[in-house]
Design a binder for this molecule. Structure first.
Ligand SMILES: Nc1ncnc2c1ncn2[C@@H]1O[C@H](COP(=O)(O)OP(=O)(O)OP(=O)(O)O)[C@@H](O)[C@H]1O
Ligand SMILES: [Mg+2]
Length: 227
């Protein structure tokens, strides 16, 4: 018997504003464990909505979301635990806590999971160092540049070692060199640790580096591997 997809959507639809905005129209998608998938498409085509549905942050109006073969919206599932243990997010708008330092923002992801404060600090600093941010570790998030914030968000997503990484335009605010560093780190981590990676991007080079490309237009897929 073949293994269940890591993540699967069946006929997923999602509307906003009482149905006036149809963000997703009947999406079917199966992502294998360890696969990297790029979601591309014009602004407003539903990419962030799709990622939010994949990440259990938005509940679809119709259809099913399955993680390792189990419906995530079925009764009795602890969604908070699923999010904390299974998923690493890098949001389009970073969602950092502005008054906390880069290091503290990363440590937040370990709160309640790693008891030792010194260990939380050590792990956070190790990820910040890998992403070239050690010199800015103690700077408040509010003073960091857009690219630095993106890297802090990536460190925060990776520090928990989740099996599934979801990233919304992770290289959007970066210059070419920083973007390549960040993407290389994301893909290296995903490959070496067998992680599944789903990312939204406008960058053809980023999309080309993924195993699979899916193009969304008006909330529906319009072809694969053409981006
Ligand atoms: N919370 C919301 N309430 C109302 N409409 C929404 C909401 N979130 C998204 N939309 C609408 O749904 C559609 C899809 O939005 P989405 O954010 O998924 O697009 P996107 O492909 O990520 O675009 P971009 O590339 O600009 O980030 C858009 O028309 C958007 O205005
Ligand atoms: Mg978006």
């Amino acid at each position: 018997m073949s293994e269940a997809a890591h993540l699967e959507l069946r006929a997923v639809a999602k509307s906003y504003e009482g149905g006036r905005v149809r963000a997703l129209r009947g999406i079917d998608l199966a992502i294998a464990r360890g696969e990297s998938v790029a979601i591309v498409g014009p602004s407003g085509s539903g990419k962030s909505t799709l990622l939010a549905v994949l990440g259990t942050l938005e509940r679809p109006d119709e259809g099913e979301v399955l993680l390792a073969g189990r419906s995530v919206w079925s009764r009795g599932r602890d969604l908070a635990a699923v999010r904390a243990l299974e998923l690493g997010f890098v949001f389009q708008l970073y969602n950092l806590v502005p008054v906390l330092s880069a290091r503290e923002n990363v440590e937040l992801a370990l709160q309640g999971r790693v008891a030792s404060r010194a260990e939380r600090r050590r792990r956070a600093l190790a990820w910040l160092e890998r992403l070239g941010l050690l010199p800015r570790a103690e700077a408040r998030a509010s003073v960091l540049s857009g690219g630095e914030r993106q890297r802090v968000a990536l460190a925060r997503a990776l520090v928990n070692d989740p099996p599934l990484l979801l990233a919304d335009e992770p290289t959007g605010a970066l210059d070419r060199a920083s973007g390549e560093l960040l993407l290389a780190e994301l893909r290296r981590t995903a490959r070496e640790h067998g992680k599944t990676l789903v990312l939204v991007t406008h960058d053809p080079a980023v999309a080309a580096a993924c195993d699979r490309r899916l193009r969304l237009v008006d909330g529906a897929f319009v072809g694969e591997n053409e981006a």
